[in-house]
Ligand binder design. Sequence first.
Ligand SMILES: [Mg+2]
Length: 321
Amino acid sequence: VSVSEFDLISRFFAQATAARADVLLGIGDDCALLQPPAGACLATGIDTLVEGRHFVSNVDPAALGHKALAVNLSDLAAMGAEPAWATLSLTLPRADSAWLGSFVAGFAALAAEHRVQLVGGDTTRGPLSITVQVQGFVDPAAALRRSAGRVGDRVFVSGTLGDAGLALARPDHDALSGAQRAFLQRRLDRPTPRVALGRLLVGRANAAIDISDGLAADLGHLCRASGVGARIELARLPTSPAVAAECARGEWRHALAGGDDYELLFSVDPARVEALLRACAAAGQAVQEIGHLVAEDGITLIYPDGRMSAEVPHGFDHFRE
Ligand SMILES: [Mg+2]
């Protein structure tokens, strides 16, 4: 692969996303020049996907382009930030223009949905690896931190839990219809970053985190950062029919520890729950209360039969770390 081929790719990146007024200089110079709004602070996050660790080699490149950006937007959502800019570093075994066209199309479609402009792109030859960095804006005093949970806060999650984990653990699940399998696979391949919900939570929620490692692990992160514990009622976990069927037969690991959900987990002062639920209903955002924060360390799971346990089922031990 010649240098000029990768040069062409960079020019291709420059056309990938729509132009924003706050990009004074985009792709093409040594650096981009970006103008954040007065008074906002920059929220910035980065994530790398590596072939063989985070995805399999035959994955649809359009889905990969979507997911590489989606996991980053999910982190911005968890801070309550408004997405603005992204940079992309691609390591490719070869300059395959069909693969790249699909990858950029998947990336660009999600970028357009969130008005994100790609302002820097770099390509190198090597084993397939994708790094995306995103920047967004948030009022520094109002950003959602995982450390802001208080004893007594109600704990909420968005969407449904365990779909991606079930798709990864049991891709050929024979108890499911083709449509159910397709739904789970889509939840794994094309997660929906909850950006609008994150914006809505600013000023309404205390602590927030996005669920990338599974509900139990990310709730653990929130609790440790906040210096609290949590009680979770398993009967209240929001699940799709396929995951609900797993839970009904006592298999809770997908909902609790599946990972790759990219839903938001957040805590709300009890006095503000009613207003929050009204705002979510008005905005068409599905959220579900699943428990509350307590003073004692650790997570207590309350099973539907009333049994209580501090033992969290392990996730499917796949290649993601
Ligand atoms: Mg996160």
